[in-house]
Design a protein around this ligand. Sequence first.
Ligand SMILES: Cc1cc2nc3c(=O)[nH]c(=O)nc-3n(C[C@H](O)[C@H](O)[C@H](O)COP(=O)(O)O)c2cc1C
Length: 384
Amino acid sequence: MCPTSRSRAFNNSIFCADERPYTAFFIKHFVYPMSLASQPLTTQSTKPHAQYPHKYSVAPMMDWTTSECRQFHRLLTKKALLYTEMVTTGALIHGNTERFLRFSAAQEHPVALQLGGHDAHDLAHCAQLAQDYGYDEVNLNAGCPSDRVQNGMIGAILMAHAQLVSDALKAMSDRVDLPITIKHRIGIDDFDSYAFLRDFVGTVAQSGCTTFIVHARKAILKGLSPKQNRDVPPLDYQRVIQLKRDFPELHIVINGGIKDHGLAQDLLDQGVDGVMVGREAYQNPLLLLEVDKLFYQSADPYDTPEALNEVLIDWIRLKVASGTPLKYLARHMLGLYSGQAGSRKFRRHLSETMHPIEAPPDIFETALAFIKPIGFRGLQEYSE
Ligand SMILES: Cc1cc2nc3c(=O)[nH]c(=O)nc-3n(C[C@H](O)[C@H](O)[C@H](O)COP(=O)(O)O)c2cc1C
């Protein structure tokens, strides 16, 4: 998003000059649902049991959920809430703010900015920046286990400092009108009892934060890499479901290991307010095609794979024509049609040819020709 369109949140109708080519494209193919745009996007309702508007979200993933990735995902689901990668307060305050915060106002809403940090003043300042840039939510990362961020008191280590987190979230929500949310684990290291988790949420809720996104496994801060920390500690969905029972007035979103929508629906049926899907949405993006119908009772966005392909090709042509190198787009699309006949050839062709800075958009179309889509369902029935 360009600085001239910095306005308060929800001004989705403002397109700056470099976004104008997309306006017609999106009015034709894809318009951010105005029914949602006209609703206040706040989740910080004081009304107990207020309906949580974001039943389905795509997780923040560093280096993966870039702006281009989110724009691609938005072509697959109009409704899911999309999260940015984590950006630290230090990077925003001392680095290139515009580069970190720029996003496509035409294409990405609703979109949440995830912040990494612990200092209440800095976080409040960055929340203000997020609001000025037009984000729909600001989320604090209290789940990342990496050594590097731990040393800066960022991420999962914050779970050991509930009052600090509560004060920081309060400072953020005092500063802005946006919903302020938190994403955390069910515990860290030996602080892994349900009582610890419940006390953490209870203390943080005193800040006024009403949305807790809970990755249903603990983080082990010494000895496991971030990648291992996403697989090794066992998932415990029941702890997250219990949180919802103990805090019925809060919005509890569950995350971790959700690979199909049967499980997602099952978790929603057990009481949580939303599901957040990470790796599966990225690696098998066609999953997102089901979201609007299954979770929001909206129409399927496309009737046929051909209709989807036409939109993707148009989008890639527009983006490349306006200066985005093909690889910035296509690297997030390698999992498209994964499991269907021809998907490996599609992936190979793209990954071998997309890298030159001047790579033409036709490469994507040529790669798509390898796929023999059978439809959007029954993906596992085909092997190459
Ligand atoms: C490549 C990658 C980068 C990630 N980066 C972040 C991040 O920036 N912030 C965050 O809160 N979680 C991050 N995560 C964790 C995910 O948001 C999510 O909690 C985790 O992958 C579990 O969900 P899943 O099993 O659906 O993937 C990342 C995960 C992956 C795979």
